[in-house]
Write a protein that binds this ligand. Structure first.
Ligand SMILES: O=C(CO)[C@H](O)[C@H](O)COP(=O)(O)O
Length: 232
């Protein structure tokens, strides 16, 4: 999908930002457009303080003179704007293709609202066609992978599990120094139960299912930007 559509979705989210807000800044190509557009408003006098969800976003924001803070200094945020890899009709998400899922989830959970920006290709009837990123500790990788695979089979997952970056010769490392297993479920029929089961595996640090966290999504299609909303 085109960068123009991603930017349109990002522009809609920018309309939700008010002076004085504490903002979470997402990661990925769509969130990048949001940060870029936000910087114009900041240059024009918008007063915000932002917490980035990755080193990449932090660097972009610093280069664009967006004021940054962290979750030691601020314990709550007003709003987080982030991208997603899949969005279901309940606004449950799969996130983490960019590897930032742990910080993204910490920042979203610290926020009073989470808005997702995406193009129409991210809308799905059921989560799971996109591989679910699972962030794991390096220690005990083989054992953790085995337990993740057992859990995936119990939940009807039909595909395999790949250590991200392995095929390229060097495992991908997250900002927190962890590894990512990408699990090809096919279809996730009980996301809440899967979430609990994955988090019960000691080597699993976090997974990319964002359940009941997103209250609004701006989804850009060639016919315009759709606003999807969910009340908690
Ligand atoms: O979860 C993410 C990073 O960890 C991204 O938000 C997600 O992968 C969407 O990225 P993009 O906007 O480039 O499609």
């Amino acid at each position: 999908m085109s960068e123009a559509l991603k930017r349109q979705a990002a522009a809609m989210a920018l309309n939700e930002v008010r002076s004085g807000m504490r903002l979470g800044l997402g990661t990925g190509s769509t969130a990048r457009h949001f940060v870029d557009l936000l910087s114009d408003k900041v240059a024009a006098g918008l007063d915000v303080i932002c917490v980035p969800t990755s080193e990449v976003t932090a660097q972009q924001a610093r280069e664009l003179n967006i004021p940054l803070s962290d979750l030691e200094t601020l314990d709550r945020l007003d709003l987080t704007v982030d991208g997603a890899d899949e969005i279901d009709p309940e606004l449950n998400l799969i996130k983490g293709a960019g590897g930032a899922l742990l910080r993204e989830k910490i920042v979203a959970a610290a926020s009073n609202a989470m808005i997702v920006i995406a193009d129409g290709s991210k809308l799905v009837e059921a989560l799971g066609q996109f591989p679910l990123p699972i962030e794991v500790n390096r220690f005990g990788l083989g054992a953790t992978r085995h337990l993740v695979e057992q859990t995936m089979r119990r939940h009807g997952g039909t595909g395999g599990i790949k250590l991200r970056g392995e095929a390229a010769g060097a495992p991908y490392q997250t900002d927190g120094g962890h590894l990512i297993l990408d699990a090809f479920f096919g279809r996730i029929s009980a996301p809440e139960a899967l979430s609990i089961d994955l988090l019960n595996i000691p080597g699993v640090v976090q997974h990319g299912l964002f359940l009941h966290m997103c209250s609004k999504a701006f989804v850009a299609t060639p016919d315009g930007v759709k606003t999807l909303q969910r009340n908690f």
